[in-house]
Design a protein around this ligand. Structure first.
Ligand code: GLO
Ligand code: MG
Length: 344
């Protein structure tokens, strides 16, 4: 049925509220407890970092990693949840201080590749074929620290290594222009898609488009999605919102700019996003001010806003829109859309 959407989020989206200027303000909710909340909030899919599923994985053998992942799989099955993707977390450990795949230290680059292969092994146990690469530290604070041409070669080498490790996995690169780095090597959808075409199997390298990341790059998220859809490589999305060019805010979907959110839902619906199992992924954070016990509303609210906007998308008078486009009367089209969003 057209438009039956499945929603996902990652366990990091339920968090304690620390920021660079202050400590946590809410207690920790255990991972297994978080998994119990998904269905109540209307979600079916769980996004994983590799070590969300297998904590301290760097200290474990392959057999121990598989065993732990199997335990998580059993919990997922018990809750009626599916794993949407696994993302290697290559930005917290001592081996990734200077980046993973693009680190200047060959031992660190090897670590990053090994960890990525382990993420794929975990994904297989969890039952997903999708790997997300948020290339957090694959960039620089100063231009002279790394060679930008070599960095791209190394990213390709690492992705090829993953593609060879498992002929069935697909890789969704999640571009972001900055933060934590001053400049990231893969800042936009276009960069991510072009990188895919340098790899050994471009048909298996697509994108995860995050609204806030596109906005931070000065781009419109719905156009970024349209670009990836034209290549048939929109493997997943990280919907959220962002108030201008500041730190990555991960605000609730639609909370800053409803029209911008409407257009994201519109392009997804227009091109049957979700019909091949793609999920409507969120990457949203609760405000630090939110009290204990009420810090999941950003998730249910984002889903609710998505569905309300979906209703508006479906009720949009396409004939009137097409007529105004034919007449090149975009002022009237502008008003039609605003009135529609205002419920008039
Ligand atoms: C940060 C990213 C981050 C990733 C997540 C999955 O800016 O959006 O939250 O999406 O770690 O790899
Ligand atoms: Mg994200």
């Amino acid at each position: 049925m057209a438009g039956k959407y499945l929603f996902s989020f990652g366990p990091w989206n339920i968090h304690e509220g620390s920021d660079p200027f202050g400590p946590t303000v809410r207690g920790t909710i255990a991972f297994a407890q978080k998994l119990k909340i998904y269905k109540e909030l209307g979600f079916d899919g769980v996004q994983f970092h590799d070590d969300d599923a297998v904590p301290d994985m760097d200290q474990l053998s392959a057999a121990e990693i598989e065993k732990k992942a199997g335990e998580v799989r059993a919990i997922l099955d018990g809750e009626g949840l599916t794993a949407e993707f696994v993302a290697p977390r290559l930005w917290e450990g001592p081996n990734t201080i200077d980046g993973g795949y693009t680190s200047n230290d060959p031992a660190c680059r090897e670590y990053a590749k090994k960890r990525s292969r382990q993420s794929i092994d975990i994904a297989n146990v969890l039952g997903t074929k999708l790997i997300v690469l948020w290339l957090a530290r694959e960039g620089t604070y100063i231009r002279e620290a790394k060679d930008s041409k070599v960095a791209v070669d190394r990213l390709v080498e690492a992705i090829n290594d993953m593609l060879a490790h498992d002929p069935d996995i697909r890789i969704a690169i999640e571009p972001k222009p900055n933060e934590p780095m001053d400049h990231a090597y893969i800042p936009t959808t276009g960069h991510a898609m072009a990188l895919g075409y340098l790899t050994s199997d471009p048909a298996r390298v697509g994108v995860n488009i995050e609204s806030a990341h596109a906005i931070l790059a000065g781009l419109d998220p719905s156009d970024e999605m349209g670009f990836a859809l034209a290549y048939d490589r929109l493997y997943t999305v990280h919907l959220n919102d962002q108030n201008g060019l500041k730190f990555d805010q991960d605000k609730s979907f639609g909370s800053v700019d409803l029209r911008r959110a409407f257009n994201q839902v519109r392009i997804l619906e227009q091109y049957d996003y979700g019909q091949r199992g793609e999920m409507v992924g969120l990457d949203v954070k609760a405000m630090r001010t939110q009290k204990e016990g009420m810090a999941t509303k950003h998730l249910s609210n984002s889903r609710e806003v998505f569905l309300a906007l979906l209703d508006l998308v479906r009720r949009l008078d396409r004939t009137a829109v097409d007529q105004l486009i034919a007449q090149r009367d975009y002022e009237e089209l502008d008003l039609l859309i605003m009135n529609h969003l205002l419920g008039k």
